[in-house]
Design a protein around this ligand. Structure first.
Ligand code: GRF
Length: 216
């Protein structure tokens, strides 16, 4: 695919940026339909910024605290950077600040998020601990469109992993994260290719692991 044929994506992060790096790696494939135009972080100490820069991608901190409680002003600064880099599609990847209706509206239908659970189960934080506490046998991750409700937008793709008997939070989180790194690039590709059906859930499903034997 020519550079001109690729959709320009801005990735918003707050921390380590491993999903951002998965998108970036996928975008190196000649036939991938997106190019990562810029990475923005709401924290100067987001580790992902240096990773993106090392890959030659513009990576800019737009610290939320510089704007105090004025989230709209902070988002205005984010939007200005996204515009400056010609961004059409926004991918949230571990972006930990609530978005205002203004920002969600500006990118309505073209902003994706990855969440570490099989939504609508376990929206919000600490999803792996909550999945273990609930005793679910399947856990996973979801890519969804961002709407005003937290983790509530239409689901584009999901991936599932088994919860194994000796799992703790760290083991389960690692299994889900490895799947996130496959699901997000695949979901973005499918979304841009018009291969997902909205608003039906479960348009794409990815299940890389053999299922554990059923308990007697
Ligand atoms: C991921 O688990 C993602 O699903 C969630 O936040 C985490 C970000 O991790 N929204 P990373 O920064 O992509 O490594």
């Amino acid at each position: 695919m020519t550079e001109a044929g690729r959709r320009r994506v801005g990735v918003l992060i707050s921390g380590r940026g491993s999903n951002m790096m998965a998108l970036l790696s996928a975008a190196r494939a000649p036939d991938y339909p997106a190019a990562i135009a810029v990475v923005l972080a709401n924290r100067e100490d987001a580790a992902g910024l240096a990773l993106a820069r090392a890959e030659g991608v513009p990576a800019i901190a737009v610290p939320g605290r510089a704007f105090g409680p004025d989230r709209r002003a902070h988002e205005g600064a984010l939007a200005a950077e996204l515009d400056r880099h010609g961004v059409e599609i926004v991918c949230l990847a571990g972006y930990l600040r609530l978005l205002t209706p203004w920002f969600v509206g500006r990118y309505g239908g073209r902003m994706l998020n990855i969440h570490p659970s099989l939504l609508p189960a376990f929206p919000g934080l600490e999803t792996h601990a909550r999945a273990l506490a609930a005793g679910v046998r399947l856990h996973g991750c979801s890519v969804h469109l961002v709407t005003e409700g937290m983790d509530e937008g239409p689901i584009l793709a999901q991936g599932a992993v088994p919860v194994l008997p000796d799992d703790d939070e760290a083991r389960l989180a690692a299994r889900v994260l490895a799947l996130e790194h496959r699901l997000y690039p695949a979901a973005l590709r499918a979304f841009l290719g018009g291969e997902v059906f909205l608003p039906a859930a479960g348009a794409m499903f990815c299940n890389p692991l053999p299922q554990p034997p059923l308990a007697p």
